[in-house]
Design a binder for this molecule. Structure first.
Ligand code: HEC
Ligand code: HEC
Length: 241
């Protein structure tokens, strides 16, 4: 595994990780040869975020001003927005995930012009403070997904699609889709945003070959899902609180 990834995903003895590690082991096994060895290793060793981000000097006033800027797009309680560009829910999101995504936008590992412009001026201390604040918001889901697809989506999340070699999403994202560390919460995520991400995965994530990141574990998953399956799983998670 490349050293930067090892550092980023430094292992931890946290017992809370055991359900996840067991699940990820199952998921990696289910994906078999589709999962590159280095990426499987990332999952087993996943844990505390050790890349040097620590809350440091940033005033409460500065954080609040910045949050209100984020709220212009992400909604007053971070619930997301269903517009021409779907804007994701940040409320209740995993702190390590938000931190990693903001860095990914800045480094162009994840491509999005809007969020590059937003994120490139943020200090590490500000990034940590914003992530910690959004974690605490708890609005209900935005809704708006086609209800008829929800039962199929529930089945995909819990059981995966064995005949297409797709692991259960729950193995990594958790049975309630609340995520863990760098694995995002999907619960309550905006339907059209999830559809958009799963449809465009390998055009947007992991865009710097010399800097492989954890987005690689989602490549085989996103590739193997067809349009109906994507819409179903997006519909289901968008209803979860
Ligand atoms: C001008 C609108 C706009 C503003 C302001 C904005 N964002 Fe975003 N943000 C977006 C859009 C659009 C996306 C979806 C990008 C994509 O489709 O990949 C996004 C995505 C994100 C993501 C990725 C979430 C995920 O689930 O992967 C994070 C994290 C994020 N924004 C944090 C912030 C923070 C923190 C702020 C304030 C400092 C902020 N954004 C301000 C429009 C905005
Ligand atoms: C082997 C573990 C694993 C499995 C199985 C898995 N995921 Fe993921 N997923 C991840 C990781 C890790 C990320 C974060 C990727 C990144 O940082 O770019 C992620 C990210 C996502 C995102 C992006 C969320 C956002 O806010 O942008 C979506 C959507 C998603 N997964 C859906 C699914 C669905 C649906 C399934 C099941 C069909 C699934 N995942 C199965 C590990 C997994």
């Amino acid at each position: 595994m490349p050293a930067p990834i090892a550092a980023m995903l430094a292992s931890t003895s946290d017992k809370a990780l055991s359900w996840f590690t067991a699940g990820a082991t199952r998921a990696a096994a289910a994906m078999g040869p589709l999962l590159p060895a280095a990426v499987a290793a990332m999952l087993y060793g996943m844990g505390a975020h050790a890349d040097g981000i620590h809350p440091a000097s940033v005033s409460r006033g500065e954080v609040e001003a910045k949050i209100s800027y984020c709220q212009d797009c992400h909604g007053p309680s971070g619930q997301g927005y269903r517009g021409y560009f779907p804007i994701p829910r940040l409320a209740g999101q995993q702190v390590a995930y938000i931190e990693n995504q903001l860095q990914a936008f800045v480094e162009h590992r994840r491509t999005n012009n809007i969020m590059f412009n937003v994120a490139h001026g943020l200090s590490p201390a500000m990034i940590s403070a914003l992530a910690a604040d959004f974690r605490k918001f708890d609005p209900g889901p935005l809704g708006g997904a086609p209800p008829r697809l929800v039962p199929l989506g529930r089945k995909i999340l819990q059981d995966g699609i064995p005949e297409s070699n797709i692991a259960a999403c729950a193995a990594c994202h958790g049975p309630d889709a609340s995520g863990h560390e760098q694995i995002p919460r999907l619960a309550g995520q905006v339907y059209s945003y999830v559809v958009n991400k799963l449809t465009n995965w390998d055009k947007e994530r992991g865009q710097i070959p010399s800097k492989p990141d954890i987005s690689a574990v989602m490549n085989p998953v996103a590739h193997s899902l067809n349009k109906t399956q994507i819409e179903a799983v997006a519909a289901y998670v968008s209803t979860l609180k």
